[in-house]
Design a protein around this ligand. Sequence first.
Ligand code: BLA
Length: 526
Amino acid sequence: MQPTVDLTNCDREPIQWPGFIQSHGYLLAIDPATFVIWQASENCQALTGLPTNTLIGQNLSGIRLHETAGTELVDLLTVALRQNNPEAFNPYLLPLGDQSWYLVIHQHDGALILELEPTADLINLPLQTTAPLLNKTMPIQALLAQTMTDIQRSSSLTDLLHKTAQKVKELTGYDRVMIYRFGEDWHGEIIAEACEPFLEPFLNMHYPASDIPRQARELYKTNLVRLLVDVDAPRVPIYPVQYADQGRPLDLTHAGLRAVSPLHIEYLQNMGVRATLNISLLYRGELWGLISCHHYAGPRMIDYPKRASVKLISQLLSTALEIRKDDEDEQFSHMLNQREQQLYHQMLADWDIVQGLTKHPLTALELNTATGAALLFENKLYTLGHTPADSDIQALIEWLKMVSTDAVFQTDQLPNLYAPAELYREQAAGALVLVLSREMNEYLIWFKPEQKQTQYWGGNPEKPVVLGEDGTARLSPRKSFDKWEQLVRNRSEPWRQVEVATALKLREDMLQLISQKANQIRALNE
Ligand code: BLA
Protein backbone atom coordinates (compact mmCIF):
# COMPACT_ATOMS: atom_id res chain seq x y z
CA MET A 1 0.00 0.00 0.00
CA GLN A 2 1.22 3.51 -0.78
CA PRO A 3 2.04 5.41 2.40
CA THR A 4 0.06 8.60 2.93
CA VAL A 5 2.29 11.60 2.47
CA ASP A 6 1.75 14.02 5.30
CA LEU A 7 3.73 17.16 4.74
CA THR A 8 2.24 19.12 7.62
CA ASN A 9 4.06 17.23 10.38
CA CYS A 10 6.49 20.16 10.77
CA ASP A 11 3.62 22.60 11.30
CA ARG A 12 2.04 20.36 13.92
CA GLU A 13 5.11 19.83 16.12
CA PRO A 14 3.95 21.20 19.53
CA ILE A 15 7.05 23.29 20.14
CA GLN A 16 5.54 25.47 22.87
CA TRP A 17 5.05 22.49 25.22
CA PRO A 18 7.81 20.01 24.43
CA GLY A 19 7.79 18.58 28.01
CA PHE A 20 11.56 19.05 28.17
CA ILE A 21 14.10 21.73 29.02
CA GLN A 22 17.74 22.20 28.05
CA SER A 23 20.20 20.70 30.50
CA HIS A 24 22.18 23.80 31.50
CA GLY A 25 19.47 24.98 33.92
CA TYR A 26 16.68 23.92 36.26
CA LEU A 27 12.96 24.57 36.07
CA LEU A 28 10.25 24.54 38.71
CA ALA A 29 6.57 25.31 38.17
CA ILE A 30 4.89 26.30 41.41
CA ASP A 31 1.54 27.46 42.67
CA PRO A 32 1.84 31.29 42.68
CA ALA A 33 -0.39 31.57 45.77
CA THR A 34 1.08 28.87 48.03
CA PHE A 35 4.52 28.10 46.51
CA VAL A 36 3.65 24.40 46.40
CA ILE A 37 5.69 22.64 43.70
CA TRP A 38 3.59 21.38 40.78
CA GLN A 39 6.29 20.33 38.37
CA ALA A 40 10.10 20.11 38.31
CA SER A 41 12.73 19.28 35.73
CA GLU A 42 14.24 15.89 36.50
CA ASN A 43 17.74 17.30 36.98
CA CYS A 44 16.45 19.09 40.12
CA GLN A 45 17.68 16.01 41.95
CA ALA A 46 21.20 17.46 41.61
CA LEU A 47 19.98 20.68 43.19
CA THR A 48 17.98 19.24 46.07
CA GLY A 49 19.52 15.81 46.64
CA LEU A 50 16.01 14.36 46.48
CA PRO A 51 14.42 12.28 43.72
CA THR A 52 12.42 14.72 41.62
CA ASN A 53 9.10 12.90 42.03
CA THR A 54 9.27 13.43 45.80
CA LEU A 55 9.38 17.23 45.32
CA ILE A 56 5.94 17.36 43.74
CA GLY A 57 3.28 18.61 46.17
CA GLN A 58 5.89 19.90 48.62
CA ASN A 59 6.14 23.53 49.61
CA LEU A 60 9.23 25.25 48.22
CA SER A 61 10.08 26.55 51.70
CA GLY A 62 10.52 23.01 52.97
CA ILE A 63 13.30 21.91 50.63
CA ARG A 64 17.00 22.74 50.41
CA LEU A 65 18.76 23.79 47.22
CA HIS A 66 22.39 22.86 47.83
CA GLU A 67 23.09 24.40 51.23
CA THR A 68 20.56 27.15 50.75
CA ALA A 69 17.24 26.78 52.53
CA GLY A 70 14.14 26.99 50.35
CA THR A 71 12.89 29.68 52.72
CA GLU A 72 15.51 32.07 51.30
CA LEU A 73 14.19 31.50 47.81
CA VAL A 74 10.65 31.93 49.10
CA ASP A 75 11.64 35.22 50.77
CA LEU A 76 13.14 36.42 47.50
CA LEU A 77 10.03 35.40 45.56
CA THR A 78 7.75 37.09 48.09
CA VAL A 79 9.63 40.35 47.69
CA ALA A 80 9.73 39.97 43.91
CA LEU A 81 6.02 39.28 43.61
CA ARG A 82 5.23 42.41 45.61
CA GLN A 83 6.64 44.45 42.72
CA ASN A 84 4.18 45.66 40.20
CA ASN A 85 5.90 43.83 37.37
CA PRO A 86 8.27 41.25 38.88
CA GLU A 87 9.42 40.04 35.46
CA ALA A 88 10.90 43.47 34.75
CA PHE A 89 13.46 42.85 37.50
CA ASN A 90 14.76 39.57 36.01
CA PRO A 91 17.27 38.11 36.62
CA TYR A 92 17.42 37.80 40.40
CA LEU A 93 20.83 36.82 41.71
CA LEU A 94 20.66 33.68 43.83
CA PRO A 95 23.70 32.20 45.61
CA LEU A 96 23.40 28.41 45.84
CA GLY A 97 26.33 26.60 47.45
CA ASP A 98 29.53 28.13 46.16
CA GLN A 99 28.06 29.33 42.90
CA SER A 100 25.75 32.19 41.97
CA TRP A 101 22.77 31.53 39.73
CA TYR A 102 20.39 33.73 37.88
CA LEU A 103 16.78 33.18 38.83
CA VAL A 104 14.37 34.14 36.06
CA ILE A 105 10.69 34.18 36.96
CA HIS A 106 7.53 34.55 34.96
CA GLN A 107 3.86 33.71 35.34
CA HIS A 108 2.22 31.75 32.57
CA ASP A 109 -0.26 28.92 32.10
CA GLY A 110 -1.52 29.51 35.68
CA ALA A 111 1.89 28.73 37.21
CA LEU A 112 4.78 30.71 38.60
CA ILE A 113 7.67 29.37 36.54
CA LEU A 114 11.15 29.52 38.06
CA GLU A 115 14.22 29.02 35.90
CA LEU A 116 17.74 28.80 37.27
CA GLU A 117 20.65 29.48 34.92
CA PRO A 118 24.39 29.67 35.46
CA THR A 119 25.79 33.19 35.77
CA ALA A 120 29.22 32.76 34.22
CA ASP A 121 30.20 31.38 30.86
CA LEU A 122 30.93 28.08 32.60
CA ILE A 123 29.85 26.02 29.65
CA ASN A 124 31.83 27.77 26.96
CA LEU A 125 35.02 26.15 25.80
CA PRO A 126 38.18 28.24 25.74
CA LEU A 127 37.65 30.56 22.84
CA GLN A 128 38.50 29.14 19.46
CA THR A 129 37.59 32.31 17.73
CA THR A 130 39.45 35.47 16.94
CA ALA A 131 36.45 37.56 17.95
CA PRO A 132 37.03 39.61 21.07
CA LEU A 133 34.71 38.38 23.79
CA LEU A 134 33.53 40.95 26.26
CA ASN A 135 33.18 38.93 29.41
CA LYS A 136 31.55 41.74 31.23
CA THR A 137 28.23 42.99 30.05
CA MET A 138 28.61 46.38 28.42
CA PRO A 139 26.91 49.10 30.49
CA ILE A 140 23.49 49.63 29.06
CA GLN A 141 24.02 53.35 28.39
CA ALA A 142 27.14 52.66 26.36
CA LEU A 143 25.38 49.99 24.36
CA LEU A 144 22.41 52.25 23.71
CA ALA A 145 24.61 55.16 22.68
CA GLN A 146 26.71 53.02 20.34
CA THR A 147 23.69 51.43 18.71
CA MET A 148 21.97 54.77 18.21
CA THR A 149 25.13 56.16 16.61
CA ASP A 150 25.29 53.18 14.24
CA ILE A 151 21.66 53.70 13.31
CA GLN A 152 22.17 57.41 12.63
CA ARG A 153 25.43 57.00 10.73
CA SER A 154 24.47 54.06 8.51
CA SER A 155 24.24 55.14 4.92
CA SER A 156 21.83 52.37 3.96
CA LEU A 157 19.75 49.59 5.43
CA THR A 158 22.34 47.00 4.31
CA ASP A 159 25.09 48.95 6.01
CA LEU A 160 23.05 49.13 9.23
CA LEU A 161 22.36 45.40 9.15
CA HIS A 162 26.02 44.52 8.59
CA LYS A 163 27.02 46.75 11.51
CA THR A 164 24.39 45.06 13.67
CA ALA A 165 25.66 41.58 12.76
CA GLN A 166 29.20 42.69 13.62
CA LYS A 167 28.12 44.21 16.94
CA VAL A 168 26.21 41.07 17.98
CA LYS A 169 29.22 38.95 17.06
CA GLU A 170 31.55 41.06 19.22
CA LEU A 171 29.12 40.98 22.10
CA THR A 172 28.43 37.25 22.06
CA GLY A 173 31.47 35.60 20.46
CA TYR A 174 29.55 33.30 18.08
CA ASP A 175 31.41 32.04 15.01
CA ARG A 176 28.72 33.29 12.64
CA VAL A 177 26.03 35.97 12.98
CA MET A 178 23.48 36.28 10.18
CA ILE A 179 20.56 38.59 9.49
CA TYR A 180 17.86 36.37 8.03
CA ARG A 181 15.02 38.12 6.25
CA PHE A 182 11.64 36.55 5.48
CA GLY A 183 10.03 37.03 2.08
CA GLU A 184 6.30 37.30 1.44
CA ASP A 185 6.11 33.52 0.96
CA TRP A 186 8.08 33.08 4.23
CA HIS A 187 11.15 31.68 2.56
CA GLY A 188 14.28 33.38 3.88
CA GLU A 189 17.47 35.03 2.70
CA ILE A 190 20.66 35.92 4.54
CA ILE A 191 21.01 39.64 3.85
CA ALA A 192 23.91 40.50 6.18
CA GLU A 193 26.55 38.44 7.91
CA ALA A 194 29.60 38.61 10.15
CA CYS A 195 31.59 35.38 10.32
CA GLU A 196 34.97 33.94 11.19
CA PRO A 197 37.43 33.78 8.28
CA PHE A 198 37.58 29.96 8.42
CA LEU A 199 33.88 29.72 7.57
CA GLU A 200 32.30 29.84 4.15
CA PRO A 201 29.91 32.81 4.12
CA PHE A 202 26.16 32.19 3.79
CA LEU A 203 25.45 35.74 2.59
CA ASN A 204 22.73 35.90 -0.12
CA MET A 205 21.73 32.26 0.38
CA HIS A 206 18.02 31.41 0.32
CA TYR A 207 16.17 28.84 2.45
CA PRO A 208 12.66 27.43 1.92
CA ALA A 209 9.74 28.45 4.14
CA SER A 210 9.37 24.98 5.65
CA ASP A 211 12.79 25.28 7.36
CA ILE A 212 11.04 27.45 9.97
CA PRO A 213 7.48 26.18 10.30
CA ARG A 214 4.43 28.36 10.91
CA GLN A 215 3.94 27.71 14.63
CA ALA A 216 7.61 28.46 15.28
CA ARG A 217 7.25 31.85 13.53
CA GLU A 218 4.17 32.52 15.69
CA LEU A 219 6.09 31.67 18.86
CA TYR A 220 8.99 33.91 17.86
CA LYS A 221 6.69 36.95 17.83
CA THR A 222 6.22 36.57 21.61
CA ASN A 223 9.49 34.98 22.69
CA LEU A 224 12.06 37.26 21.10
CA VAL A 225 15.33 35.64 22.22
CA ARG A 226 16.03 31.90 22.00
CA LEU A 227 19.21 30.27 23.20
CA LEU A 228 20.24 26.72 22.31
CA VAL A 229 23.33 26.01 24.40
CA ASP A 230 24.30 22.57 23.15
CA VAL A 231 22.75 20.81 20.19
CA ASP A 232 24.24 17.49 21.39
CA ALA A 233 23.19 17.65 25.05
CA PRO A 234 20.31 15.33 25.98
CA ARG A 235 17.11 17.17 26.92
CA VAL A 236 15.82 16.97 30.48
CA PRO A 237 12.20 15.87 31.01
CA ILE A 238 9.84 17.85 33.20
CA TYR A 239 8.13 15.71 35.85
CA PRO A 240 5.28 14.83 35.68
CA VAL A 241 4.81 14.91 31.90
CA GLN A 242 1.25 16.25 31.97
CA TYR A 243 0.63 19.66 33.47
CA ALA A 244 -2.16 19.85 36.05
CA ASP A 245 -5.41 18.74 34.41
CA GLN A 246 -4.54 20.28 31.04
CA GLY A 247 -3.94 16.94 29.33
CA ARG A 248 -0.68 18.30 27.90
CA PRO A 249 2.75 19.40 29.16
CA LEU A 250 3.42 22.83 30.70
CA ASP A 251 3.37 25.75 28.25
CA LEU A 252 6.98 26.96 27.88
CA THR A 253 6.24 29.77 25.39
CA HIS A 254 8.14 32.31 27.52
CA ALA A 255 10.67 29.97 29.14
CA GLY A 256 14.31 30.57 28.28
CA LEU A 257 15.14 26.94 29.00
CA ARG A 258 12.54 25.48 26.59
CA ALA A 259 14.01 22.47 24.79
CA VAL A 260 14.26 22.94 21.03
CA SER A 261 12.26 20.65 18.74
CA PRO A 262 14.13 17.42 17.81
CA LEU A 263 13.32 18.15 14.15
CA HIS A 264 15.29 21.38 14.34
CA ILE A 265 18.08 19.68 16.34
CA GLU A 266 18.42 17.16 13.49
CA TYR A 267 18.62 20.06 11.02
CA LEU A 268 21.40 21.75 13.00
CA GLN A 269 23.31 18.49 13.37
CA ASN A 270 23.13 17.97 9.62
CA MET A 271 24.52 21.48 9.24
CA GLY A 272 27.35 20.84 11.71
CA VAL A 273 26.14 23.52 14.15
CA ARG A 274 26.73 22.98 17.89
CA ALA A 275 25.04 26.02 19.51
CA THR A 276 22.69 28.82 18.42
CA LEU A 277 21.12 32.08 19.51
CA ASN A 278 18.16 33.53 17.60
CA ILE A 279 16.64 36.95 18.07
CA SER A 280 13.40 38.06 16.39
CA LEU A 281 13.20 41.21 14.29
CA LEU A 282 9.67 42.58 14.13
CA TYR A 283 8.09 45.09 11.80
CA ARG A 284 4.81 46.42 13.20
CA GLY A 285 4.30 43.29 15.29
CA GLU A 286 4.98 40.92 12.37
CA LEU A 287 8.09 38.77 12.14
CA TRP A 288 10.36 40.51 9.65
CA GLY A 289 13.54 38.54 10.18
CA LEU A 290 15.93 36.95 12.65
CA ILE A 291 19.38 37.66 13.94
CA SER A 292 20.67 34.11 13.81
CA CYS A 293 23.94 33.02 15.45
CA HIS A 294 25.88 29.77 15.00
CA HIS A 295 28.71 28.28 17.00
CA TYR A 296 30.60 25.28 15.65
CA ALA A 297 33.50 24.44 17.96
CA GLY A 298 31.47 23.59 21.06
CA PRO A 299 28.53 24.55 23.25
CA ARG A 300 27.92 28.24 23.86
CA MET A 301 26.13 29.85 26.77
CA ILE A 302 25.15 33.51 26.71
CA ASP A 303 23.93 34.58 30.13
CA TYR A 304 20.74 36.46 30.81
CA PRO A 305 22.12 40.04 31.01
CA LYS A 306 24.01 39.61 27.76
CA ARG A 307 20.90 38.20 26.08
CA ALA A 308 19.03 41.25 27.34
CA SER A 309 21.66 43.47 25.65
CA VAL A 310 21.27 41.65 22.35
CA LYS A 311 17.49 41.91 22.66
CA LEU A 312 17.82 45.66 23.19
CA ILE A 313 19.92 45.99 20.02
CA SER A 314 17.34 44.04 18.04
CA GLN A 315 14.50 46.17 19.39
CA LEU A 316 16.33 49.37 18.46
CA LEU A 317 17.00 47.92 15.03
CA SER A 318 13.33 46.99 14.60
CA THR A 319 12.28 50.52 15.54
CA ALA A 320 14.85 52.04 13.18
CA LEU A 321 13.55 49.81 10.39
CA GLU A 322 9.99 50.93 11.02
CA ILE A 323 10.91 54.60 10.96
CA ARG A 324 13.13 54.30 7.90
CA LYS A 325 10.55 52.29 5.96
CA ASP A 326 7.68 54.57 6.97
CA ASP A 327 9.74 57.56 5.79
CA GLU A 328 10.52 55.97 2.44
CA ASP A 329 6.93 54.84 1.90
CA GLU A 330 5.69 58.30 2.80
CA GLN A 331 8.00 60.03 0.30
CA PHE A 332 7.21 57.59 -2.50
CA SER A 333 3.48 57.79 -1.86
CA HIS A 334 3.59 61.60 -1.79
CA MET A 335 5.42 61.70 -5.14
CA LEU A 336 2.95 59.33 -6.81
CA ASN A 337 -0.01 61.30 -5.45
CA GLN A 338 1.35 64.51 -6.91
CA ARG A 339 1.85 62.88 -10.29
CA GLU A 340 -1.65 61.47 -10.24
CA GLN A 341 -3.04 64.92 -9.53
CA GLN A 342 -1.03 66.39 -12.39
CA LEU A 343 -2.29 63.72 -14.81
CA TYR A 344 -5.83 64.48 -13.71
CA HIS A 345 -5.35 68.21 -14.34
CA GLN A 346 -3.84 67.50 -17.77
CA MET A 347 -6.84 65.39 -18.73
CA LEU A 348 -9.17 68.06 -17.38
CA ALA A 349 -7.39 70.93 -19.16
CA ASP A 350 -7.28 69.08 -22.49
CA TRP A 351 -10.77 67.72 -21.92
CA ASP A 352 -9.24 64.61 -23.43
CA ILE A 353 -8.17 61.39 -21.69
CA VAL A 354 -5.70 60.22 -24.35
CA GLN A 355 -4.10 63.63 -24.74
CA GLY A 356 -3.85 64.14 -20.95
CA LEU A 357 -2.20 60.78 -20.33
CA THR A 358 0.15 60.52 -23.31
CA LYS A 359 1.02 63.88 -24.87
CA HIS A 360 2.59 65.90 -22.02
CA PRO A 361 6.10 65.64 -20.54
CA LEU A 362 4.47 63.77 -17.64
CA THR A 363 2.67 60.69 -18.98
CA ALA A 364 0.86 57.74 -17.43
CA LEU A 365 4.20 55.94 -17.55
CA GLU A 366 5.46 58.11 -14.69
CA LEU A 367 2.69 57.03 -12.33
CA ASN A 368 4.70 54.08 -11.01
CA THR A 369 7.90 52.10 -11.62
CA ALA A 370 6.67 50.55 -14.89
CA THR A 371 8.80 50.70 -18.05
CA GLY A 372 5.92 50.41 -20.50
CA ALA A 373 2.24 51.37 -20.64
CA ALA A 374 -0.69 50.82 -23.00
CA LEU A 375 -4.04 52.58 -23.18
CA LEU A 376 -6.87 50.98 -25.10
CA PHE A 377 -9.51 53.68 -25.45
CA GLU A 378 -12.35 54.26 -27.94
CA ASN A 379 -11.07 51.32 -29.98
CA LYS A 380 -7.58 52.72 -30.37
CA LEU A 381 -4.40 51.44 -28.75
CA TYR A 382 -1.76 53.93 -27.55
CA THR A 383 1.58 52.75 -26.13
CA LEU A 384 4.37 54.36 -24.12
CA GLY A 385 7.88 53.01 -23.37
CA HIS A 386 8.69 49.31 -23.79
CA THR A 387 5.62 47.23 -24.44
CA PRO A 388 4.69 43.98 -26.19
CA ALA A 389 3.41 44.25 -29.79
CA ASP A 390 -0.10 45.69 -30.30
CA SER A 391 -1.53 42.30 -31.25
CA ASP A 392 -0.02 40.74 -28.11
CA ILE A 393 -1.61 43.44 -25.97
CA GLN A 394 -5.00 42.82 -27.61
CA ALA A 395 -4.67 39.06 -27.01
CA LEU A 396 -3.63 39.65 -23.40
CA ILE A 397 -6.77 41.73 -22.84
CA GLU A 398 -8.96 38.97 -24.30
CA TRP A 399 -7.37 36.50 -21.87
CA LEU A 400 -7.83 38.91 -18.95
CA LYS A 401 -11.54 39.20 -19.68
CA MET A 402 -11.81 35.45 -19.19
CA VAL A 403 -9.83 35.14 -15.98
CA SER A 404 -10.74 38.24 -13.98
CA THR A 405 -13.78 40.38 -13.32
CA ASP A 406 -12.00 42.77 -10.96
CA ALA A 407 -11.43 46.47 -11.63
CA VAL A 408 -7.71 46.01 -11.14
CA PHE A 409 -5.42 43.08 -11.87
CA GLN A 410 -1.76 42.79 -10.95
CA THR A 411 0.98 40.20 -11.23
CA ASP A 412 4.75 40.03 -11.02
CA GLN A 413 4.85 36.75 -12.98
CA LEU A 414 2.62 37.11 -16.00
CA PRO A 415 4.30 34.34 -18.06
CA ASN A 416 3.57 31.85 -15.28
CA LEU A 417 -0.14 32.67 -15.50
CA TYR A 418 -0.36 33.25 -19.24
CA ALA A 419 2.12 31.22 -21.30
CA PRO A 420 2.14 33.43 -24.46
CA ALA A 421 3.73 36.17 -22.34
CA GLU A 422 6.94 34.12 -22.18
CA LEU A 423 7.66 35.42 -25.68
CA TYR A 424 7.66 39.03 -24.50
CA ARG A 425 8.74 38.67 -20.87
CA GLU A 426 11.59 41.12 -21.48
CA GLN A 427 8.95 43.84 -21.76
CA ALA A 428 6.18 42.39 -19.65
CA ALA A 429 6.89 39.86 -16.90
CA GLY A 430 4.86 42.11 -14.61
CA ALA A 431 1.54 43.74 -15.43
CA LEU A 432 -0.79 46.13 -13.63
CA VAL A 433 -4.13 46.40 -15.40
CA LEU A 434 -6.95 48.89 -14.83
CA VAL A 435 -10.30 47.97 -16.30
CA LEU A 436 -11.99 51.21 -17.35
CA SER A 437 -14.92 49.54 -19.04
CA ARG A 438 -15.34 45.87 -19.93
CA GLU A 439 -18.28 46.67 -22.22
CA MET A 440 -16.43 49.38 -24.14
CA ASN A 441 -13.21 47.34 -24.13
CA GLU A 442 -11.24 50.13 -22.43
CA TYR A 443 -8.09 49.35 -20.46
CA LEU A 444 -4.98 51.01 -19.08
CA ILE A 445 -2.03 48.64 -18.53
CA TRP A 446 1.45 49.09 -17.11
CA PHE A 447 4.30 46.65 -17.78
CA LYS A 448 7.55 45.77 -16.03
CA PRO A 449 10.40 43.75 -17.56
CA GLU A 450 11.67 40.38 -16.40
CA GLN A 451 14.26 40.45 -13.63
CA LYS A 452 16.26 37.39 -14.50
CA GLN A 453 18.22 36.30 -11.46
CA THR A 454 20.17 33.43 -10.04
CA GLN A 455 19.05 32.40 -6.60
CA TYR A 456 21.39 30.43 -4.37
CA TRP A 457 19.81 28.00 -1.96
CA GLY A 458 21.45 26.46 1.09
CA GLY A 459 20.86 22.93 -0.21
CA ASN A 460 18.20 21.69 -2.57
CA PRO A 461 15.00 23.31 -1.27
CA GLU A 462 12.94 20.26 -2.27
CA LYS A 463 12.62 18.37 1.01
CA PRO A 464 13.18 14.63 1.06
CA VAL A 465 10.14 12.69 2.14
CA VAL A 466 11.16 9.88 4.46
CA LEU A 467 9.19 7.04 5.92
CA GLY A 468 8.41 7.51 9.61
CA GLU A 469 8.37 4.57 12.04
CA ASP A 470 4.64 4.15 11.58
CA GLY A 471 5.04 3.90 7.82
CA THR A 472 3.66 7.35 7.04
CA ALA A 473 5.71 9.66 4.88
CA ARG A 474 6.96 12.73 6.70
CA LEU A 475 8.87 15.85 5.87
CA SER A 476 12.33 15.67 7.40
CA PRO A 477 15.23 18.15 7.51
CA ARG A 478 17.56 17.81 4.55
CA LYS A 479 21.02 16.31 4.93
CA SER A 480 23.00 18.48 2.57
CA PHE A 481 23.37 22.22 2.64
CA ASP A 482 25.62 22.44 -0.40
CA LYS A 483 25.05 25.53 -2.49
CA TRP A 484 22.26 24.88 -4.99
CA GLU A 485 21.73 27.21 -7.91
CA GLN A 486 18.40 28.14 -9.42
CA LEU A 487 17.78 30.48 -12.32
CA VAL A 488 14.59 32.42 -11.63
CA ARG A 489 12.73 33.45 -14.80
CA ASN A 490 9.38 34.99 -15.72
CA ARG A 491 9.36 37.38 -12.77
CA SER A 492 9.42 41.16 -12.47
CA GLU A 493 9.88 43.42 -9.47
CA PRO A 494 6.63 43.28 -7.51
CA TRP A 495 4.11 46.16 -7.62
CA ARG A 496 4.08 48.11 -4.40
CA GLN A 497 0.81 48.63 -2.58
CA VAL A 498 0.91 52.40 -3.10
CA GLU A 499 1.46 51.95 -6.83
CA VAL A 500 -1.75 49.93 -7.03
CA ALA A 501 -3.60 52.42 -4.82
CA THR A 502 -2.49 55.37 -6.99
CA ALA A 503 -3.52 53.53 -10.15
CA LEU A 504 -6.97 52.99 -8.63
CA LYS A 505 -7.20 56.70 -7.81
CA LEU A 506 -6.37 57.55 -11.42
CA ARG A 507 -9.07 55.12 -12.55
CA GLU A 508 -11.63 56.90 -10.35
CA ASP A 509 -10.65 60.29 -11.78
CA MET A 510 -10.77 58.98 -15.36
CA LEU A 511 -14.22 57.44 -14.87
CA GLN A 512 -15.48 60.68 -13.38
CA LEU A 513 -14.15 62.66 -16.34
CA ILE A 514 -15.61 60.21 -18.84
CA SER A 515 -19.04 60.43 -17.27
CA GLN A 516 -18.90 64.25 -17.05
CA LYS A 517 -17.99 64.39 -20.70
CA ALA A 518 -20.83 62.03 -21.63
CA ASN A 519 -23.28 64.15 -19.68
CA GLN A 520 -22.14 67.28 -21.46
CA ILE A 521 -22.44 65.73 -24.87
CA ARG A 522 -25.94 64.53 -23.93
CA ALA A 523 -26.87 68.04 -22.74
CA LEU A 524 -25.60 69.59 -25.98
CA ASN A 525 -27.62 67.14 -28.03
CA GLU A 526 -30.84 67.78 -26.15
C1 BLA B 1 13.19 26.26 13.74
N1 BLA B 1 14.65 26.55 11.72
C2 BLA B 1 14.18 26.92 12.94
C3 BLA B 1 14.83 28.13 13.32
C4 BLA B 1 15.70 28.47 12.32
C5 BLA B 1 15.60 27.46 11.33
C6 BLA B 1 16.59 29.71 12.28
C7 BLA B 1 14.55 28.96 14.55
C8 BLA B 1 15.29 28.52 15.76
C9 BLA B 1 15.10 29.50 16.89
O1 BLA B 1 14.70 30.63 16.64
O2 BLA B 1 15.36 29.16 18.02
C10 BLA B 1 16.28 27.38 10.09
N2 BLA B 1 18.59 27.79 10.71
C11 BLA B 1 17.58 27.79 9.83
C12 BLA B 1 18.06 28.26 8.58
C13 BLA B 1 19.36 28.55 8.75
C14 BLA B 1 19.69 28.25 10.09
C15 BLA B 1 17.28 28.41 7.35
O3 BLA B 1 20.80 28.39 10.61
C16 BLA B 1 20.25 29.04 7.68
C17 BLA B 1 21.52 29.30 7.85
N3 BLA B 1 12.91 22.25 9.84
C18 BLA B 1 13.05 21.63 8.62
C19 BLA B 1 12.01 20.66 8.47
C20 BLA B 1 11.27 20.71 9.64
C21 BLA B 1 11.84 21.72 10.49
C22 BLA B 1 11.82 19.82 7.24
O4 BLA B 1 13.91 21.87 7.80
C23 BLA B 1 10.12 19.89 9.99
C24 BLA B 1 10.06 18.59 9.66
C25 BLA B 1 11.33 22.05 11.76
N4 BLA B 1 12.54 24.20 12.40
C26 BLA B 1 11.68 23.17 12.60
C27 BLA B 1 11.03 23.35 13.87
C28 BLA B 1 11.55 24.52 14.44
C29 BLA B 1 12.50 25.05 13.50
C30 BLA B 1 9.97 22.45 14.45
C31 BLA B 1 11.21 25.12 15.78
C32 BLA B 1 12.31 24.86 16.77
C33 BLA B 1 11.93 25.32 18.16
O5 BLA B 1 11.88 26.55 18.38
O6 BLA B 1 11.68 24.45 19.01
